[in-house]
Design a protein around this ligand. Structure first.
Ligand code: NBP
Length: 476
């Protein structure tokens, strides 16, 4: 037994993580259900480091030093359970099984509890950054016992992305904490991409810019506050020309967005936790709407916004859109971090929000300059109740709001859909409002269902005999 870690599941992610581990000097035992992928990896990259070829799960486990560590990188769901089932009889107390796939955090909680009973350590690790991250340094979000992290953490920290000498990997918390945080990370990624899409749509439709011209705008935005991987690659995608037709690539791609599930899970979990992640929800629904091609075709002929609408000052409009994008992005992140805090409280995970911002600074899809500011905000002596009121972001949002409002008004008049920008602004205005129509909602609920309400001027639950003149409110 000579390998420090085994990897099973050698599609793009597993193969690249195995190579990353080998590049860092670890001997890696490699296994895949069908041997072709194992041999392809070894043929093409076997000379990059020290690998041990394992044809069967038995060979994989036999190749490992104790305590054994096996990283599973297979399709999430049933395949992961199947692989765990075949590993368990081969492993011993103290060994560590790591699931680096995009597991649902509730599955991770279940698996961790099952394996703990069998004396095995189970680590559910969220891995972000796609195939390039896996190879050159991803952001890693491992959840599991402290004991398991002691054995595994140093390896994961070594192969993760590094920013200013700090690894983009930290022990998130027990059992499902890592996969929960990875899920919300993906939800934020959905929101981020939706907002970027709306900004593009506004510049394209509102200003009549070509995709290549919008690409230039994004390139310039990437030198400022919005600097981020997603803004950078937006410019690249928009600048791409299709070689078959000579058209901008973005015009050749069918405009129906797909999803694999993490965004939907984020919203489902947020509904259970009662956290209003409206930005993420709008992004998930916007993707769903884009795929309803039959309904879209049916409604396409109906009347739209003002036909006389035009932008007078293109430069100002572009800056307004930039500000709207920035402020809406702050709202989306504020909501996502609220969800992590709520999930952590619900499951006793004790997740450090500042650490989350820190490990997303490199390796992952939502890496961005402003994560440093988010880390500062959550590391402050007093944790802000919302990112929006942390001093740095309060200033961002307040400064952006005139632009933000102009963009929402203009887009609405022009008939350009901006669910992300508009809902983010409404979220801000709702939190800001001194009184909300929730009082009326409570009145209605009490009227039709005797659900009771609380008063502003007295303690207790009250019920009113609505409409019956002179009848006093009664305390329920
Ligand atoms: P896939 O998600 O496409 O899964 C393919 C792998 O799963 C192959 O190795 C395949 O073996 C194996 N597999 C399947 Br399918 N069913 C199996 C079973 N019943 N028993 C054993 N092995 C089985 O690979 P991926 O895109 O590399 O992703 C791996 C994991 O990482 C997934 O959970 C994914 O969600 C997650 N992830 C992906 C990305 C990304 O950018 N792609 C990013 C972050 C996380 P075979 O070769 O024998 O068919």
């Amino acid at each position: 037994a000579s390998a420090q870690i085994g990897v099973t599941g050698l599609a793009v992610m597993g193969a690249n993580l195995a190579r990353n581990l080998a590049h860092h000097g670890y001997t890696v035992a490699v296994h895949n259900r069908s041997i072709e992928k194992t041999d392809k990896l070894l043929d093409e990259h076997g000379d990059e480091g020290s690998f041990v070829r394992a044809e069967t799960m038995e060979e994989l486990v036999a190749a490992l030093e104790k305590p054994r560590r096996v990283l599973i990188m297979v399709k999430a769901g049933e395949p992961t359970d199947a692989v765990i089932d075949s590993l368990v009889p081969l492993m011993e107390s103290g060994d560590v099984i790591i699931d680096g796939g995009n597991a649902r955090f509730t599955d991770t909680i279940r698996r961790e509890a099952d394996l703990k009973e069998k004396g095995l350590n189970f680590v559910g690790a969220g891995v972000s950054g796609g195939e390039e991250g896996a190879l050159n340094g991803p952001s890693i979000m491992p959840g599991g016992s402290t004991e398991a992290y002691e054995s595994l953490g140093p390896m994961l920290e070594k192969i993760s992305a590094q920013v200013d000498g700090t690894p983009c990997c930290v022990h998130i918390g027990p059992d499902g904490a890592g996969h929960f945080v990875k899920m919300v990370h993906n939800g934020i990624e959905y929101a981020d991409m939706q907002l970027i899409g709306e900004a593009y749509h506004l510049l394209r439709t509102g200003l009549g810019k070509s995709p290549a011209e919008v690409a230039e705008v994004f390139t310039s935005w990437n030198t400022g506050e919005l600097e981020s991987y997603l803004v950078e690659i937006t410019a690249q995608v928009l600048a791409q020309v299709d070689h078959t037709t000579g058209e901008p690539m973005v015009d050749v791609i069918k405009d129906a967005a797909e999803q694999k599930g993490t965004g939907r899970w984020t919203v489902q979990s947020a509904l259970d936790l009662g956290v209003p992640v409206s930005g993420i929800a709008e992004a998930v629904f916007a993707r769903a709407l884009s795929g309803h091609t039959e309904q879209r075709a049916a409604v396409q002929g109906m009347s739209g916004g003002s036909t006389s609408w035009s932008v007078e000052d293109a430069e100002r409009f572009t800056e307004d859109v930039r500000q709207a994008l920035y402020a809406s992005k702050v709202v989306a992140y504020a909501q996502g971090f609220d969800q992590i805090a709520a999930g952590s409280a619900e499951h006793d995970w004790d997740v450090d929000l500042g650490d989350m911002a820190m490990i997303w600074r490199g390796g992952c899809i939502i890496r961005a300059t402003f994560l440093d500011r988010i880390k500062e905000a959550y590391d402050a002596d007093e944790r802000p109740v919302s990112l929006i009121v942390a001093p740095f972001f309060a200033e961002v949002v307040e400064q952006a709001q005139d632009s933000w409002r102009r963009v929402v008004v203009t887009a609405t008049q022009a008939g350009i859909p901006i669910p992300g920008f508009a809902s983010a602004l409404s979220y801000y205005d709702a939190l800001r409002a001194e009184r909300l129509p929730a009082a009326l909602t409570q009145g209605l609920r009490d009227f039709f269902g005797a659900h009771t309400y609380e008063r502003v001027d007295a303690e207790g639950d009250f019920h009113t005999l609505w409409g019956e003149d002179g009848r006093p409110e009664v305390q329920a």
